[in-house]
Design a protein around this ligand. Structure first.
Ligand code: MN
Length: 269
């Protein structure tokens, strides 16, 4: 049974609810039953009826020199570092819509970080840099929303800053754009390695840089990450934000732009 018929089967059985989440139930009637359902996390794939199942969300920190400096570190000497958000921190934002994004609890300094996101179709360990992009299925535009006061507070105490980064709805993201569809001719493969990345708040530009200013490229990030973790299909990687991160308040409308991808917009509510 292929994936599409699995989805159809489970969709019919459950009246369409959480179809993707129940694919494995339909696939194996002998699987142990659970007393309740937990939704699986998927993202729409642009130009396709299929969805991208999200396995893990990795985020790279301080990956643009000017942002590293504004966060108080020396961009020339720091190797890339990573953290994770829980998979269900995803907030999917459809193209052409402005999604309501709730101002989270506990913070008084809630920040945007606009980022290019790479989505993997395969993985491994110790992936060489020159083979890393072969594992990329596609790209998306995403926000690494951050409770900056909590992140800094925990950092100051040398405690994990999970609470500042890895909370509910902290990962707004658009659909995954397959590399094959981004192709501009030739072999039809077009990886996103340069181009404008810009975030506006209420129409005013706040972050403006070029993807080529990354300290560690997406290929280098994949290679480095794979030294620490076995990467797998479904992993997505937030590749870091440029300088001029800043706070939002309720009512603000954020508009993210990355050359080659549709824009992403959320309203803070
Ligand atoms: Mn970030």
């Amino acid at each position: 049974m292929d994936r599409r018929s699995i989805l159809k089967t489970s969709s019919a059985a459950l009246g369409g609810a959480l179809a993707a989440g129940c694919a494995s139930v339909a696939a194996d009637a002998n699987a142990p039953r659970s007393p309740f359902k937990v939704a699986s996390i998927t993202l729409p794939i642009a130009g396709s009826a299929e969805v991208f199942p999200v396995r893990r969300i990795y985020c790279i920190g301080r990956n643009y020199a000017a942002h590293a400096r504004e966060m108080g570190s020396d961009p020339t000497r720091e190797p890339p570092f990573f953290f994770q958000k829980p998979t269900d921190a995803v907030q999917f934002v459809a193209i052409g819509t402005v999604a309501d994004h709730p101002y989270p609890s506990l913070t008084k300094n809630y920040h945007y970080e606009l980022e290019l996101v790479a989505a993997l179709k395969s993985g491994g360990t110790n992936i060489p840099i020159d083979q890393a992009l072969q594992h990329v299925y596609g790209y998306a535009i995403g926000l690494d929303m951050t409770r900056r006061d909590l992140q800094r507070g925990m950092g100051d105490q040398k405690k994990p800053w999970e609470i500042g980064k890895s909370f509910d709805m902290s990962a707004p993201i658009g659909p995954i754009h397959p590399v094959a569809l981004l192709g501009s001719g030739g072999d039809g493969q077009q990886h996103i390695t340069k181009g404008r990345i810009e975030l506006k708040v209420n129409g005013q530009t706040k972050q403006l840089a070029d993807l080529s200013y990354m300290i560690w490229s997406v290929a280098e990030q994949i290679s480095k990450l794979s030294e620490a973790f076995e990467l797998k299909a479904g992993d997505i990687i937030y590749s870091g934000t440029p300088e001029n991160v800043g706070p939002v308040v309720k009512g603000d409308v954020l508009l993210g732009h990355i050359d080659g991808l549709p824009e992403l917009s959320v309203r803070i509510v």
